[in-house]
Design a protein around this ligand. Sequence first.
Ligand code: CA
Length: 225
Amino acid sequence: MRVLLVEDHPPLAEAVRDALRRSGFTVDHVSTAQGAREMAAITDYALVLLDLGLPDGDGLRLLPVLQDGGRVPVIVLTARDQLADRLAGLDGGADDYVVKPVEMPELVARCRAVLRRPGDRSHTTLRIGTLSLDTAARSVAAHDVSVPLGRREVAVLEQLMRSAGRVVSRRVLEEAIYGFDDEVSPNALDAAVSRLRRGLEAVGCPLPIVTVRGVGWMLPREDAS
Ligand code: CA
């Protein structure tokens, strides 16, 4: 699940990014309002974390753009005094507010809570045959048995399940695993696919991940068992 983090304080941005990644999110980080506008225009985010005090403007002015007609939940990250100053004028625009300093477990929990809200299109359980993937909990089960997978493997599987029956390109899968600003080692995706295959085989999942050489990977639409 892809998250946009808009935060200009480097140590905090790094801490938030690390915490979200450890919890299975893919994180794109920008430090300016302009950067946030650009990324939101070209990328479909499940959630945005928005700092209010940005070097090139007030984060609040970005809210309507980032929320995209209420489609994308936004959690505002703000210093305590900013919050006191501004809450009255906010009119409840954001989906949640987190006051700095931020406890990372709480922030991650709030992200999950916002993503779980009813009507949110991003909380879905994907199913093919006996294989299921909860996109909010980032958990996978086969024959109702939990499959222990790392966040990259879950991200790869999510893309393959969403596009079952079609080939998913290397570029799409790499983008699903990494943020735009990440260095991607050439073998990282192949390694993730291998771990995913092993993880599914270990629980007896009959779905093969088909390699289409030079193009990408594909999951069949139907469970053959
Ligand atoms: Ca700031």
